[in-house]
Design a protein around this ligand. Structure first.
Ligand SMILES: CC(C)(COP(=O)(O)OP(=O)(O)OC[C@H]1O[C@@H](n2cnc3c(N)ncnc32)[C@H](O)[C@@H]1O)[C@@H](O)C(=O)NCCC(=O)NCCS
Ligand SMILES: Nc1ncnc2c1ncn2[C@@H]1O[C@H](COP(=O)(O)OP(=O)(O)OP(=O)(O)O)[C@@H](O)[C@H]1O
Length: 272
């Protein structure tokens, strides 16, 4: 399974990209839509009433606009909102991740709430503020409201530099789909390469990470695994080529073929 986090600027086109990946066969999950279901729980509504007053619930249902006014009024209020909603959302995402295939998970506050352990790569969707203002006006998010919510996120540049792919959605939907098509090809190749697994002790994982040889790794039951060896497929291939003979690396036939193909295409050389 290849699990990818999808994040980006408010109203930049994350959900549009998520739906496109779904159409290509990826399993898709959205933190916002999971949050909608969490808001249907009576105990959560009761805690919201206690935090922000009874006005945020109307006829037994969440009044989204009233809550947005209260919860986005200050960093403290927004932190309360995240404290209430994020733990059940995170748990539901973990329960819903498929065992196989490519999963794309849209999480607006992906970096701010701590990159989840399962996240093997990050796609960041960006678009100019004026464009986002035009596109989101119909849902009550004008430029001022977009900027107000954006202020709760880490700086744009930080989030972009921590991401593996940045999709600039500044053109038509057709242009966006073209960019996503290229990205999807990479994800499928990476999904094959994910069979390239490294396993070892936590101490070795830390050494490899310090040497820049593995970007992300996770630990369970005392055994550590690295999935994404580097940020981009080209660099990934290069690093893997260097590490090929290392006893720590094993590779399935399919992944080996994919890597030989990738390296040949890039360098014009055949590799054994
Ligand atoms: C407060 C709510 C009811 C306002 O609903 P509204 O329909 O106005 O917005 P919607 O849910 O469509 O979200 C629009 C965008 O606002 C931004 N946003 C949502 N929640 C937050 C938050 N806690 N902090 C900062 N920005 C947020 C995101 O970019 C999101 O994509 C809603 O945003 C909500 O339930 N938020 C809590 C869930 C959450 O934190 N989602 C982000 C998951 S990481
Ligand atoms: N390239 C595009 N051309 C025209 N409209 C677009 C384009 N991309 C997205 N949109 C429209 O912009 C609006 C916002 O897109 P979307 O809901 O995907 O953003 P989002 O990043 O998921 O927003 P949020 O931060 O609120 O979750 C939608 O109405 C969508 O149809």
């Amino acid at each position: 399974m290849l699990a990818i986090g999808l994040t980006g600027q408010v109203g930049a086109g994350k959900s549009t990209a998520l739906a496109w990946f779904g159409g290509r066969g990826a399993a898709t999950l959205s933190a916002d839509r999971i949050a909608d279901r969490v808001w249907e729980r009576e105990e959560i509504l009761e805690r919201a009433r206690r935090l922000w007053g009874s006005n945020v619930v109307s006829n037994g249902r969440l009044d989204r606009a009233a809550l947005a006014r209260r919860a986005f009024a200050s960093p403290d209020e927004q932190a309360k909102l995240c404290g209430l909603i994020h733990p059940p959302v995170r748990a539901e995402i973990e329960r819903s991740l498929p065992a196989n295939g490519i999963a794309v998970v849209e999480i607006p506050l992906l970096f701010e709430s701590g990159l989840p352990w399962w996240c093997q790569g990050v796609i960041y969707v960006a678009a100019p503020l004026t464009r986002r203002g035009e596109r989101n006006a119909g849902r009550g998010l004008d430029e001022a409201e977009l900027s107000r919510r954006e202020a709760f996120f880490s700086p744009d540049g930080d989030r972009k530099s921590k991401s593996d792919w940045v999709v600039v959605n500044d053109g038509s939907l057709e242009e966006l789909h073209g960019k996503l098509e290229c990205l999807w090809d990479e994800l499928r190749l990476l999904d094959g390469l994910m069979a390239v697994g490294w396993q070892g002790s936590e101490c070795e994982a830390k050494e490899l990470e310090a040497a820049g040889q593995i970007a992300r790794w996770s630990c369970s039951g005392g055994e550590c695994r690295a999935f994404s060896l580097d940020r981009h497929i080209g660099r990934l291939s290069g690093k893997l080529a260097g590490l090929w003979s290392s006893k720590n690396f094993c590779m399935s036939c399919r992944a080996r073929k994919a890597l030989v193909f990738e390296l040949s295409a890039r360098t014009g050389q055949e590799r054994e």
